[in-house]
Design a protein around this ligand. Structure first.
Ligand SMILES: [Fe+2]
Ligand SMILES: [Fe+2]
Length: 334
């Protein structure tokens, strides 16, 4: 008889003691963790239209709303050039930046969803990762609906990825099938920095426009599960990689993270052109700004530490991280 009983299937995927992962203070098997995350997706999930009151007058997107303005602690918001702009330009630049990050979110999540479907397609029957991956696909689809609705309601025609970035995106989708460890580094590279930025803004106490606040609250709640899964997938599987994969991962991961951080934390070319932001202001705010570098390093902190922990950062690949400007000098690599 075919092996279709739930009990037999779960036994089939039981994890030996040495593969158990430490989660918080209690020990839990990898499969139990994945099942718990899937259960959380059932008891705590959001719908892009039922859970965001788009038509509430308080949620209306007004480009002149001063709450879109970048604060003095923002890399661009802190420049004398930005502060000298009329109020309507300051709020529009802020809104344009939020809308661009949402559009990048739609593009990133599209790659993520297609990659997760490729990843799930290779899983055997009974794998708890299959159910988890589908929950994540569904949640990312709700996020993308939310992000695109925000973009549409700004009235701004935000451009998506450039052609060379689309070619890179197709590669990443392929990795989900052929090199899932690298795919999940890409996942963390996209999710961790934006999660950090959203949590920082929610905690800052600054007045945040209600629709933006609601979107960020929903997003950080569900992303916590996605980050947890990606981290534990890597903790479990990266140490089993062979020498060639480990080498490829150590060389590709810093490039992926540097590109993702740049996309998520700097204004697009469209914004620079639309508002005529001078080159020297971009250099002052981003390229030559130690405070911006500190923020970028902080946003990448968790994923960088994870890659050190799982042995993907080697003394020789550390040079690449430094060259790309995403290495913090303190933590030493054995
Ligand atoms: Fe998301
Ligand atoms: Fe996510």
């Amino acid at each position: 008889m075919a092996n279709t009983s739930g009990a037999l299937l779960s036994e089939q995927y039981d994890v030996p003691e040495e593969e158990r992962v430490q989660i918080g203070r209690k020990r839990e098997t990898y499969d139990a963790l994945v099942q718990r995350l899937s259960h959380q997706s059932v008891v705590k999930h959001f719908d892009a239209y039922a859970d965001v009151p788009w038509d509430d007058p308080d949620y209306r997107i007004d480009p002149d709303d001063p709450r879109w303005e970048l604060g003095p602690d923002d890399s661009l918001g802190g420049t004398a050039w930005y502060r000298a702009q009329p109020a309507g330009v300051r709020s529009r630049i802020g809104l344009h930046m939020y809308a661009t990050f949402m559009k990048i979110g739609v593009e990133f999540e599209s790659v993520l969803k297609r990659g997760l479907l490729e990843f799930a397609a290779k899983l055997p029957n009974g794998s708890p990762e299959f159910r988890y991956a589908y929950h994540e696909v569904i949640e990312e689809a709700q996020h993308s609906l939310m992000f695109q609705e925000f973009v549409n309601r700004t009235g701004l025609d935000i451009k998506g990825l450039a052609w060379w970035q689309r070619i890179g995106a197709r590669q990443v989708i392929r990795f989900a099938r052929t090199f899932p460890e690298l795919f999940f580094v890409f996942v963390l590279g996209g999710e961790d920095p934006i999660d950090h930025v959203q949590r920082t803004l929610l905690r800052s106490g600054r007045p945040v426009q209600p629709v933006l606040k609601r979107i960020m609250q929903i997003h950080v709640t569900e992303e916590a599960r996605h980050l947890c899964f990606a981290r534990h997938y890597l903790k479990r599987n990266a140490p089993k990689m062979g020498g060639v994969r480990r080498f490829l991962m150590s060389r590709r991961a810093p490039f992926i993270l540097a590109i993702m951080a740049q996309l998520m934390m700097r204004p697009s070319g469209q914004i620079i052109r639309t508002y005529g932001i001078p080159d020297e202001v971009i250099r002052e705010a981003y390229t030559n700004n130690p405070e911006h570098r500190r923020k970028t390093l902080e946003a990448l902190h968790k994923v960088r530490e994870l890659l050190v922990e799982i042995g993907v950062v080697t003394p020789s690949s550390q040079r690449l991280w430094r060259w790309l400007g995403i290495w913090k000098s303190e933590p030493a690599v054995a």
